[in-house]
Design a protein around this ligand. Sequence first.
Ligand SMILES: NC(=O)C1=CN([C@@H]2O[C@H](COP(=O)(O)OP(=O)(O)OC[C@H]3O[C@@H](n4cnc5c(N)ncnc54)[C@H](OP(=O)(O)O)[C@@H]3O)[C@@H](O)[C@H]2O)C=CC1
Ligand SMILES: O=C1O[C@H](COP(=O)(O)O)[C@@H](O)[C@H](O)[C@H]1O
Length: 450
Amino acid sequence: MATHSYSILPSSSSSSIHGQNHQRLNFSSYIAKRVLPAKVSFHSRRNYHLNVVLMQDVIAGAVATPATPVENETPFKKLRDGFLSSVPSTQEFKEAASFDVSKDESTVSITVVGASGDLAKKKIFPALFALYYEGCLPKHFTIFGYARSKMTDAELRNMVSKTLACRIDKRENCGEKIDQFLKRCFYHSGQYDSQENFAELDKKLKEHEGGRVSNRLFYLSIPPNIFIDAVKCTSSSASSGIGWTRVIVEKPFGRDSDSSAALTKALKQYLEEDQIFRIDHYLGKELVENLSVLRFSNLIFEPLWSRQYIRNVQLIFSEDFGTEGRGGYFDNYGILRDIMQNHLLQILALFAMETPVSLDAEDIRNEKVKVLRSMRPLQLEDVVVGQYKSHTKGGVTYPAYIDDNTVPKGSLTPTFAAAALFIDNARWDGVPFLMKAGKALHKKRCALLH
Ligand SMILES: NC(=O)C1=CN([C@@H]2O[C@H](COP(=O)(O)OP(=O)(O)OC[C@H]3O[C@@H](n4cnc5c(N)ncnc54)[C@H](OP(=O)(O)O)[C@@H]3O)[C@@H](O)[C@H]2O)C=CC1
Ligand SMILES: O=C1O[C@H](COP(=O)(O)O)[C@@H](O)[C@H](O)[C@H]1O
Protein backbone atom coordinates (compact mmCIF):
# COMPACT_ATOMS: atom_id res chain seq x y z
CA MET A 1 0.00 0.00 0.00
CA ALA A 2 1.40 3.37 -0.95
CA THR A 3 1.74 5.67 2.01
CA HIS A 4 3.11 8.96 0.84
CA SER A 5 4.15 11.95 2.80
CA TYR A 6 2.67 15.25 1.75
CA SER A 7 4.09 18.66 1.23
CA ILE A 8 1.83 21.58 1.89
CA LEU A 9 1.58 23.81 -1.14
CA PRO A 10 1.64 27.60 -1.09
CA SER A 11 -1.82 29.06 -0.76
CA SER A 12 -1.56 30.73 -4.16
CA SER A 13 -1.98 27.32 -5.73
CA SER A 14 -5.28 26.67 -4.02
CA SER A 15 -8.62 27.40 -5.62
CA SER A 16 -11.95 28.52 -4.40
CA ILE A 17 -14.87 26.25 -5.00
CA HIS A 18 -17.78 27.68 -6.87
CA GLY A 19 -20.77 25.44 -6.51
CA GLN A 20 -22.15 24.50 -9.87
CA ASN A 21 -24.89 22.08 -10.51
CA HIS A 22 -24.57 20.75 -13.97
CA GLN A 23 -24.72 17.04 -13.54
CA ARG A 24 -28.05 15.46 -14.01
CA LEU A 25 -27.51 11.95 -15.28
CA ASN A 26 -27.12 9.26 -12.66
CA PHE A 27 -25.32 6.13 -13.68
CA SER A 28 -25.71 3.13 -11.48
CA SER A 29 -22.09 2.46 -10.57
CA TYR A 30 -21.23 3.21 -14.12
CA ILE A 31 -23.66 0.61 -15.30
CA ALA A 32 -25.71 2.86 -17.47
CA LYS A 33 -28.70 0.64 -17.37
CA ARG A 34 -30.95 3.10 -19.08
CA VAL A 35 -28.59 4.63 -21.50
CA LEU A 36 -28.26 3.02 -24.76
CA PRO A 37 -30.89 1.24 -26.71
CA ALA A 38 -32.73 2.55 -29.70
CA LYS A 39 -35.47 4.97 -28.75
CA VAL A 40 -34.10 5.00 -25.26
CA SER A 41 -34.48 8.15 -23.24
CA PHE A 42 -31.74 9.01 -20.80
CA HIS A 43 -34.32 10.20 -18.36
CA SER A 44 -35.56 7.36 -16.25
CA ARG A 45 -39.28 6.94 -15.90
CA ARG A 46 -39.07 7.91 -12.30
CA ASN A 47 -36.54 10.50 -13.22
CA TYR A 48 -34.33 9.85 -10.28
CA HIS A 49 -32.10 7.42 -8.50
CA LEU A 50 -32.75 3.95 -9.72
CA ASN A 51 -30.24 1.65 -8.12
CA VAL A 52 -31.45 1.43 -4.57
CA VAL A 53 -31.69 -2.31 -4.06
CA LEU A 54 -29.72 -2.65 -0.86
CA MET A 55 -31.55 0.12 0.90
CA GLN A 56 -34.69 -1.90 1.26
CA ASP A 57 -32.75 -4.35 3.40
CA VAL A 58 -31.38 -1.53 5.46
CA ILE A 59 -34.79 -0.06 5.99
CA ALA A 60 -36.24 -3.41 6.88
CA GLY A 61 -33.42 -4.34 9.21
CA ALA A 62 -30.38 -2.48 10.31
CA VAL A 63 -31.85 0.97 10.49
CA ALA A 64 -34.00 1.39 13.53
CA THR A 65 -37.66 1.20 12.70
CA PRO A 66 -39.65 3.71 14.70
CA ALA A 67 -42.94 2.93 16.35
CA THR A 68 -45.43 2.78 13.51
CA PRO A 69 -46.47 6.34 12.80
CA VAL A 70 -49.95 7.24 11.73
CA GLU A 71 -49.72 7.33 7.98
CA ASN A 72 -51.84 9.83 6.21
CA GLU A 73 -51.42 10.34 2.51
CA THR A 74 -49.00 13.22 3.05
CA PRO A 75 -46.54 14.57 0.50
CA PHE A 76 -43.80 13.06 2.67
CA LYS A 77 -45.43 9.65 2.50
CA LYS A 78 -45.78 9.92 -1.25
CA LEU A 79 -42.16 10.87 -1.50
CA ARG A 80 -41.09 8.07 0.80
CA ASP A 81 -43.10 5.52 -1.15
CA GLY A 82 -41.51 6.87 -4.29
CA PHE A 83 -38.06 6.20 -2.93
CA LEU A 84 -38.98 2.80 -1.62
CA SER A 85 -40.53 1.68 -4.86
CA SER A 86 -37.68 2.85 -7.00
CA VAL A 87 -36.05 -0.56 -7.14
CA PRO A 88 -35.74 -1.45 -10.79
CA SER A 89 -35.36 -4.89 -12.27
CA THR A 90 -33.49 -5.61 -15.47
CA GLN A 91 -36.88 -5.98 -17.11
CA GLU A 92 -37.85 -2.54 -15.90
CA PHE A 93 -34.72 -1.08 -17.37
CA LYS A 94 -35.56 -2.62 -20.69
CA GLU A 95 -39.10 -1.32 -20.49
CA ALA A 96 -37.84 2.11 -19.49
CA ALA A 97 -35.60 2.01 -22.50
CA SER A 98 -38.66 1.07 -24.55
CA PHE A 99 -36.93 -1.29 -26.89
CA ASP A 100 -37.39 -4.93 -27.62
CA VAL A 101 -34.00 -6.60 -27.60
CA SER A 102 -35.00 -9.21 -30.13
CA LYS A 103 -37.15 -7.22 -32.53
CA ASP A 104 -35.61 -3.82 -32.82
CA GLU A 105 -33.88 -3.41 -36.13
CA SER A 106 -32.22 -0.10 -35.46
CA THR A 107 -28.60 0.01 -34.34
CA VAL A 108 -26.74 1.70 -31.55
CA SER A 109 -23.11 2.66 -32.05
CA ILE A 110 -21.25 3.65 -28.94
CA THR A 111 -17.97 5.50 -29.38
CA VAL A 112 -15.76 5.81 -26.35
CA VAL A 113 -13.68 8.89 -27.11
CA GLY A 114 -10.46 8.58 -25.08
CA ALA A 115 -10.66 4.78 -25.10
CA SER A 116 -6.99 4.39 -24.22
CA GLY A 117 -7.51 6.10 -20.86
CA ASP A 118 -8.14 5.24 -17.24
CA LEU A 119 -11.88 5.86 -17.10
CA ALA A 120 -12.51 3.84 -20.25
CA LYS A 121 -10.55 0.88 -18.94
CA LYS A 122 -11.71 0.97 -15.34
CA LYS A 123 -15.34 1.84 -15.74
CA ILE A 124 -16.83 2.35 -19.19
CA PHE A 125 -15.96 -0.91 -20.90
CA PRO A 126 -16.80 -2.99 -17.81
CA ALA A 127 -20.12 -1.14 -17.52
CA LEU A 128 -20.93 -1.72 -21.18
CA PHE A 129 -20.14 -5.38 -20.75
CA ALA A 130 -22.42 -5.56 -17.72
CA LEU A 131 -25.20 -4.09 -19.85
CA TYR A 132 -24.51 -6.63 -22.55
CA TYR A 133 -24.42 -9.49 -20.06
CA GLU A 134 -27.78 -8.45 -18.66
CA GLY A 135 -29.32 -8.27 -22.12
CA CYS A 136 -29.76 -4.51 -21.87
CA LEU A 137 -28.13 -3.69 -25.18
CA PRO A 138 -30.13 -3.95 -28.38
CA LYS A 139 -29.60 -6.69 -30.91
CA HIS A 140 -27.53 -4.52 -33.21
CA PHE A 141 -24.87 -2.60 -31.40
CA THR A 142 -21.24 -1.79 -31.99
CA ILE A 143 -18.67 -0.26 -29.68
CA PHE A 144 -15.82 1.80 -31.03
CA GLY A 145 -12.83 3.01 -29.08
CA TYR A 146 -11.37 6.26 -30.35
CA ALA A 147 -8.15 7.94 -29.18
CA ARG A 148 -4.83 9.19 -30.49
CA SER A 149 -2.89 6.12 -29.33
CA LYS A 150 -2.21 3.64 -32.07
CA MET A 151 -3.99 0.34 -31.48
CA THR A 152 -5.47 -2.42 -33.57
CA ASP A 153 -8.90 -3.90 -32.88
CA ALA A 154 -7.14 -6.93 -31.40
CA GLU A 155 -5.08 -4.74 -29.08
CA LEU A 156 -8.15 -2.88 -27.90
CA ARG A 157 -9.91 -6.19 -27.24
CA ASN A 158 -6.94 -7.44 -25.33
CA MET A 159 -6.85 -4.27 -23.23
CA VAL A 160 -10.59 -4.43 -22.56
CA SER A 161 -10.64 -8.15 -21.81
CA LYS A 162 -8.31 -7.60 -18.85
CA THR A 163 -10.87 -5.38 -17.18
CA LEU A 164 -13.99 -7.48 -17.70
CA ALA A 165 -15.46 -9.66 -15.02
CA CYS A 166 -18.83 -11.16 -14.38
CA ARG A 167 -19.69 -9.22 -11.28
CA ILE A 168 -23.36 -9.87 -11.58
CA ASP A 169 -25.28 -12.63 -9.76
CA LYS A 170 -25.46 -15.26 -12.42
CA ARG A 171 -22.07 -16.10 -13.72
CA GLU A 172 -23.09 -18.66 -16.32
CA ASN A 173 -21.40 -18.47 -19.70
CA CYS A 174 -19.34 -15.56 -18.58
CA GLY A 175 -16.33 -16.41 -20.76
CA GLU A 176 -18.56 -16.97 -23.75
CA LYS A 177 -20.33 -13.68 -23.18
CA ILE A 178 -17.01 -11.87 -22.90
CA ASP A 179 -15.91 -13.31 -26.26
CA GLN A 180 -19.18 -12.29 -27.91
CA PHE A 181 -18.91 -8.82 -26.44
CA LEU A 182 -15.32 -8.33 -27.54
CA LYS A 183 -16.24 -9.23 -31.10
CA ARG A 184 -18.47 -6.14 -31.10
CA CYS A 185 -15.58 -3.88 -30.03
CA PHE A 186 -13.44 -2.02 -32.57
CA TYR A 187 -10.89 0.74 -32.51
CA HIS A 188 -10.12 3.79 -34.57
CA SER A 189 -7.10 5.98 -33.94
CA GLY A 190 -7.46 9.71 -34.54
CA GLN A 191 -6.93 13.21 -33.24
CA TYR A 192 -9.68 14.86 -31.21
CA ASP A 193 -9.72 17.93 -33.42
CA SER A 194 -9.55 16.26 -36.82
CA GLN A 195 -12.71 16.32 -38.92
CA GLU A 196 -10.96 13.99 -41.30
CA ASN A 197 -10.28 11.39 -38.61
CA PHE A 198 -13.88 11.58 -37.39
CA ALA A 199 -15.07 11.20 -41.00
CA GLU A 200 -13.03 7.99 -41.18
CA LEU A 201 -14.75 6.84 -38.00
CA ASP A 202 -18.11 7.72 -39.55
CA LYS A 203 -17.31 5.51 -42.53
CA LYS A 204 -16.48 2.57 -40.28
CA LEU A 205 -19.63 3.13 -38.21
CA LYS A 206 -21.75 3.12 -41.35
CA GLU A 207 -20.25 -0.19 -42.44
CA HIS A 208 -21.33 -1.72 -39.14
CA GLU A 209 -24.74 -0.07 -39.16
CA GLY A 210 -25.54 -1.63 -42.51
CA GLY A 211 -28.07 0.98 -43.60
CA ARG A 212 -30.31 0.57 -40.55
CA VAL A 213 -31.66 3.42 -38.50
CA SER A 214 -28.52 4.27 -36.58
CA ASN A 215 -28.37 5.85 -33.17
CA ARG A 216 -25.02 7.10 -32.02
CA LEU A 217 -23.68 7.73 -28.56
CA PHE A 218 -20.33 9.43 -27.99
CA TYR A 219 -18.86 9.10 -24.51
CA LEU A 220 -16.27 11.84 -23.94
CA SER A 221 -13.79 10.08 -21.69
CA ILE A 222 -11.15 12.74 -22.22
CA PRO A 223 -9.86 15.82 -20.41
CA PRO A 224 -12.47 18.62 -20.49
CA ASN A 225 -10.24 21.05 -22.37
CA ILE A 226 -10.72 18.94 -25.49
CA PHE A 227 -14.49 18.39 -25.16
CA ILE A 228 -15.31 21.14 -27.63
CA ASP A 229 -12.91 19.94 -30.30
CA ALA A 230 -14.32 16.45 -30.03
CA VAL A 231 -17.95 17.61 -30.05
CA LYS A 232 -17.34 19.85 -33.04
CA CYS A 233 -15.83 17.00 -35.05
CA THR A 234 -18.47 14.54 -33.90
CA SER A 235 -21.22 16.86 -34.90
CA SER A 236 -19.82 17.82 -38.28
CA SER A 237 -18.32 14.51 -39.35
CA ALA A 238 -19.70 11.61 -37.35
CA SER A 239 -23.24 12.34 -36.22
CA SER A 240 -26.03 10.05 -37.25
CA GLY A 241 -27.94 10.89 -40.41
CA ILE A 242 -30.92 8.67 -39.59
CA GLY A 243 -31.21 8.35 -35.83
CA TRP A 244 -30.28 10.21 -32.71
CA THR A 245 -26.85 11.44 -31.71
CA ARG A 246 -26.06 11.90 -28.03
CA VAL A 247 -22.99 12.92 -26.13
CA ILE A 248 -22.01 12.07 -22.56
CA VAL A 249 -19.83 14.73 -21.02
CA GLU A 250 -17.62 13.91 -18.05
CA LYS A 251 -16.75 16.12 -15.11
CA PRO A 252 -15.14 18.50 -14.34
CA PHE A 253 -17.36 20.71 -16.41
CA GLY A 254 -14.86 23.53 -16.91
CA ARG A 255 -12.32 25.02 -14.50
CA ASP A 256 -14.49 27.74 -12.96
CA SER A 257 -17.84 29.47 -13.46
CA ASP A 258 -16.72 31.36 -16.55
CA SER A 259 -15.17 28.41 -18.32
CA SER A 260 -18.16 26.27 -17.37
CA ALA A 261 -20.52 28.82 -18.94
CA ALA A 262 -18.27 29.05 -21.98
CA LEU A 263 -18.30 25.27 -22.30
CA THR A 264 -22.09 25.20 -22.17
CA LYS A 265 -22.28 27.92 -24.80
CA ALA A 266 -19.84 26.13 -27.06
CA LEU A 267 -21.59 22.78 -26.71
CA LYS A 268 -24.87 24.42 -27.65
CA GLN A 269 -23.35 25.52 -30.94
CA TYR A 270 -23.19 21.90 -31.97
CA LEU A 271 -25.81 20.11 -29.91
CA GLU A 272 -29.31 20.60 -28.56
CA GLU A 273 -29.60 20.43 -24.78
CA ASP A 274 -31.44 17.13 -24.98
CA GLN A 275 -28.46 15.57 -26.74
CA ILE A 276 -26.09 16.42 -23.90
CA PHE A 277 -25.78 14.19 -20.85
CA ARG A 278 -23.58 15.44 -18.03
CA ILE A 279 -22.46 12.75 -15.69
CA ASP A 280 -21.25 12.44 -12.13
CA HIS A 281 -20.80 8.78 -11.35
CA TYR A 282 -20.85 9.33 -7.61
CA LEU A 283 -24.59 9.94 -7.87
CA GLY A 284 -24.93 6.32 -8.95
CA LYS A 285 -23.04 4.91 -6.01
CA GLU A 286 -25.02 2.97 -3.45
CA LEU A 287 -23.77 5.14 -0.64
CA VAL A 288 -25.18 8.20 -2.32
CA GLU A 289 -28.41 6.68 -3.55
CA ASN A 290 -29.04 5.16 -0.15
CA LEU A 291 -28.57 8.53 1.47
CA SER A 292 -31.78 9.92 0.03
CA VAL A 293 -33.71 6.75 0.73
CA LEU A 294 -32.46 6.64 4.29
CA ARG A 295 -33.36 10.22 4.92
CA PHE A 296 -36.65 10.59 3.13
CA SER A 297 -38.05 7.17 3.88
CA ASN A 298 -37.70 7.41 7.65
CA LEU A 299 -39.77 9.89 9.58
CA ILE A 300 -37.38 9.64 12.52
CA PHE A 301 -34.55 11.24 10.61
CA GLU A 302 -36.17 14.48 9.58
CA PRO A 303 -36.07 16.19 13.02
CA LEU A 304 -32.54 14.92 13.64
CA TRP A 305 -31.13 16.15 10.34
CA SER A 306 -30.07 19.62 11.38
CA ARG A 307 -27.73 21.80 13.43
CA GLN A 308 -29.60 20.77 16.59
CA TYR A 309 -28.21 17.25 16.44
CA ILE A 310 -25.31 17.33 13.99
CA ARG A 311 -22.07 18.93 15.13
CA ASN A 312 -20.25 18.60 11.80
CA VAL A 313 -20.46 16.68 8.55
CA GLN A 314 -17.38 15.09 7.01
CA LEU A 315 -17.08 14.11 3.39
CA ILE A 316 -13.95 12.08 2.80
CA PHE A 317 -12.46 10.74 -0.40
CA SER A 318 -9.14 8.95 -0.34
CA GLU A 319 -7.28 6.71 -2.73
CA ASP A 320 -4.29 4.52 -2.02
CA PHE A 321 -2.77 5.14 -5.44
CA GLY A 322 -1.43 8.19 -7.21
CA THR A 323 -2.02 9.53 -10.70
CA GLU A 324 -0.26 6.64 -12.45
CA GLY A 325 0.03 8.11 -15.92
CA ARG A 326 -3.05 10.35 -15.72
CA GLY A 327 -1.06 13.56 -15.44
CA GLY A 328 -2.20 14.64 -18.92
CA TYR A 329 -5.66 15.11 -17.47
CA PHE A 330 -5.14 15.49 -13.75
CA ASP A 331 -2.42 18.12 -13.70
CA ASN A 332 -4.69 20.68 -15.37
CA TYR A 333 -7.40 20.21 -12.77
CA GLY A 334 -6.04 18.99 -9.44
CA ILE A 335 -7.95 17.36 -6.62
CA LEU A 336 -10.29 20.31 -6.02
CA ARG A 337 -11.73 20.13 -9.51
CA ASP A 338 -11.32 16.39 -9.93
CA ILE A 339 -13.16 15.35 -6.78
CA MET A 340 -14.34 18.16 -4.53
CA GLN A 341 -16.22 20.49 -6.83
CA ASN A 342 -18.27 17.67 -8.34
CA HIS A 343 -18.40 14.34 -6.45
CA LEU A 344 -18.18 15.66 -2.91
CA LEU A 345 -20.21 18.78 -3.59
CA GLN A 346 -23.01 16.69 -5.08
CA ILE A 347 -23.07 14.51 -1.98
CA LEU A 348 -23.05 17.56 0.24
CA ALA A 349 -25.98 19.06 -1.65
CA LEU A 350 -27.99 15.84 -1.44
CA PHE A 351 -27.24 15.53 2.24
CA ALA A 352 -28.10 19.10 3.11
CA MET A 353 -31.06 19.84 0.85
CA GLU A 354 -34.63 20.26 2.06
CA THR A 355 -37.22 17.66 1.14
CA PRO A 356 -37.96 18.00 -2.56
CA VAL A 357 -41.54 18.48 -3.70
CA SER A 358 -41.28 15.25 -5.69
CA LEU A 359 -38.74 12.80 -7.00
CA ASP A 360 -38.72 14.61 -10.28
CA ALA A 361 -35.17 15.43 -11.35
CA GLU A 362 -35.98 19.13 -11.62
CA ASP A 363 -37.40 19.26 -8.09
CA ILE A 364 -34.35 17.59 -6.64
CA ARG A 365 -32.06 19.82 -8.67
CA ASN A 366 -33.90 22.89 -7.41
CA GLU A 367 -33.37 21.87 -3.79
CA LYS A 368 -29.69 21.22 -4.43
CA VAL A 369 -29.28 24.62 -6.06
CA LYS A 370 -30.79 26.29 -2.98
CA VAL A 371 -28.15 24.63 -0.81
CA LEU A 372 -25.35 25.73 -3.12
CA ARG A 373 -26.65 29.27 -3.19
CA SER A 374 -26.71 29.37 0.60
CA MET A 375 -23.07 28.40 0.82
CA ARG A 376 -20.61 30.92 2.10
CA PRO A 377 -17.80 31.62 -0.39
CA LEU A 378 -14.84 29.51 0.61
CA GLN A 379 -12.10 31.46 2.40
CA LEU A 380 -8.44 30.70 1.74
CA GLU A 381 -7.81 30.25 5.46
CA ASP A 382 -10.38 27.44 5.47
CA VAL A 383 -8.46 25.40 2.89
CA VAL A 384 -5.31 23.32 3.06
CA VAL A 385 -3.74 21.81 -0.03
CA GLY A 386 -0.85 19.42 -0.48
CA GLN A 387 0.94 17.19 -2.93
CA TYR A 388 2.26 13.69 -2.31
CA LYS A 389 5.96 13.11 -2.13
CA SER A 390 8.02 9.99 -2.66
CA HIS A 391 8.04 7.48 0.14
CA THR A 392 9.84 4.25 0.91
CA LYS A 393 8.27 1.56 3.01
CA GLY A 394 9.27 -2.06 3.45
CA GLY A 395 11.95 -1.66 0.82
CA VAL A 396 9.44 -0.41 -1.75
CA THR A 397 9.74 3.14 -3.05
CA TYR A 398 6.55 4.85 -4.11
CA PRO A 399 6.93 7.72 -6.58
CA ALA A 400 6.11 11.33 -5.84
CA TYR A 401 3.40 13.06 -7.88
CA ILE A 402 6.06 14.89 -9.87
CA ASP A 403 7.89 11.61 -10.58
CA ASP A 404 4.97 10.60 -12.82
CA ASN A 405 6.33 11.28 -16.27
CA THR A 406 2.95 12.54 -17.47
CA VAL A 407 3.12 15.34 -14.87
CA PRO A 408 4.94 18.55 -15.87
CA LYS A 409 8.19 19.14 -14.01
CA GLY A 410 7.83 21.26 -10.89
CA SER A 411 4.03 21.07 -10.93
CA LEU A 412 2.30 22.59 -7.90
CA THR A 413 -1.06 20.99 -8.64
CA PRO A 414 -2.68 19.85 -5.39
CA THR A 415 -3.30 16.13 -5.02
CA PHE A 416 -4.75 16.61 -1.52
CA ALA A 417 -7.12 19.22 -0.14
CA ALA A 418 -9.14 19.75 2.98
CA ALA A 419 -11.72 22.50 3.32
CA ALA A 420 -14.34 23.71 5.75
CA LEU A 421 -17.54 24.88 4.10
CA PHE A 422 -20.58 26.51 5.63
CA ILE A 423 -24.21 26.67 4.62
CA ASP A 424 -25.86 29.83 5.85
CA ASN A 425 -29.42 28.67 6.26
CA ALA A 426 -31.63 27.88 9.21
CA ARG A 427 -31.01 24.15 9.15
CA TRP A 428 -27.22 24.23 8.92
CA ASP A 429 -26.17 27.54 10.42
CA GLY A 430 -22.79 27.08 12.15
CA VAL A 431 -22.29 23.46 11.12
CA PRO A 432 -18.97 22.96 9.31
CA PHE A 433 -19.04 20.65 6.32
CA LEU A 434 -15.52 19.29 6.21
CA MET A 435 -14.29 17.97 2.90
CA LYS A 436 -11.11 15.98 2.51
CA ALA A 437 -9.88 14.48 -0.72
CA GLY A 438 -6.55 13.03 -1.65
CA LYS A 439 -4.64 10.65 -3.85
CA ALA A 440 -1.86 8.34 -2.65
CA LEU A 441 -3.13 8.20 0.92
CA HIS A 442 -3.32 5.24 3.31
CA LYS A 443 -6.45 3.63 2.01
CA LYS A 444 -9.14 3.77 -0.62
CA ARG A 445 -12.41 4.96 0.80
CA CYS A 446 -15.25 7.36 0.39
CA ALA A 447 -17.10 8.22 3.56
CA LEU A 448 -19.79 10.49 4.84
CA LEU A 449 -19.67 10.98 8.60
CA HIS A 450 -21.86 13.06 10.81
N1 LIG B 1 -10.36 7.83 -14.18
C1 LIG B 1 -11.50 7.79 -13.53
O1 LIG B 1 -11.74 6.90 -12.68
C2 LIG B 1 -12.55 8.81 -13.79
C3 LIG B 1 -12.38 9.82 -14.71
N2 LIG B 1 -13.39 10.69 -14.97
C4 LIG B 1 -13.29 11.74 -15.99
O2 LIG B 1 -13.02 11.16 -17.24
C5 LIG B 1 -12.22 12.03 -18.03
C6 LIG B 1 -10.99 11.27 -18.48
O3 LIG B 1 -10.29 10.82 -17.34
P1 LIG B 1 -9.22 9.66 -17.39
O4 LIG B 1 -9.62 8.57 -18.31
O5 LIG B 1 -8.93 9.32 -16.00
O6 LIG B 1 -7.98 10.47 -17.98
P2 LIG B 1 -6.72 9.98 -18.80
O7 LIG B 1 -5.57 10.83 -18.35
O8 LIG B 1 -6.54 8.52 -18.71
O9 LIG B 1 -7.08 10.46 -20.26
C7 LIG B 1 -7.96 9.77 -21.15
C8 LIG B 1 -7.36 9.79 -22.55
O10 LIG B 1 -7.38 11.12 -23.05
C9 LIG B 1 -6.21 11.37 -23.83
N3 LIG B 1 -5.50 12.49 -23.20
C10 LIG B 1 -5.01 12.60 -21.95
N4 LIG B 1 -4.46 13.79 -21.73
C11 LIG B 1 -4.61 14.48 -22.88
C12 LIG B 1 -4.26 15.79 -23.28
N5 LIG B 1 -3.66 16.64 -22.45
N6 LIG B 1 -4.58 16.16 -24.55
C13 LIG B 1 -5.22 15.32 -25.39
N7 LIG B 1 -5.57 14.06 -25.04
C14 LIG B 1 -5.27 13.66 -23.82
C15 LIG B 1 -5.35 10.11 -23.76
O11 LIG B 1 -5.59 9.34 -24.92
P3 LIG B 1 -4.66 9.38 -26.23
O12 LIG B 1 -3.34 9.92 -25.82
O13 LIG B 1 -4.59 7.95 -26.66
O14 LIG B 1 -5.39 10.24 -27.16
C16 LIG B 1 -5.91 9.34 -22.57
O15 LIG B 1 -5.80 7.95 -22.72
C17 LIG B 1 -11.91 13.23 -17.13
O16 LIG B 1 -12.80 14.26 -17.47
C18 LIG B 1 -12.17 12.72 -15.73
O17 LIG B 1 -12.62 13.74 -14.86
C19 LIG B 1 -14.60 10.58 -14.33
C20 LIG B 1 -14.82 9.62 -13.43
C21 LIG B 1 -13.82 8.65 -13.06
O1 LIG C 1 -13.89 11.02 -11.05
C1 LIG C 1 -12.94 10.43 -10.60
O2 LIG C 1 -13.16 9.37 -9.81
C2 LIG C 1 -12.14 8.39 -9.57
C3 LIG C 1 -12.58 7.60 -8.35
O3 LIG C 1 -13.77 6.95 -8.63
P1 LIG C 1 -14.18 5.66 -7.79
O4 LIG C 1 -15.54 5.35 -8.29
O5 LIG C 1 -13.17 4.61 -8.13
O6 LIG C 1 -14.13 6.03 -6.37
C4 LIG C 1 -10.80 9.04 -9.36
O7 LIG C 1 -9.79 8.05 -9.30
C5 LIG C 1 -10.49 9.97 -10.50
O8 LIG C 1 -9.31 10.70 -10.22
C6 LIG C 1 -11.60 10.96 -10.74
O9 LIG C 1 -11.39 11.60 -11.99
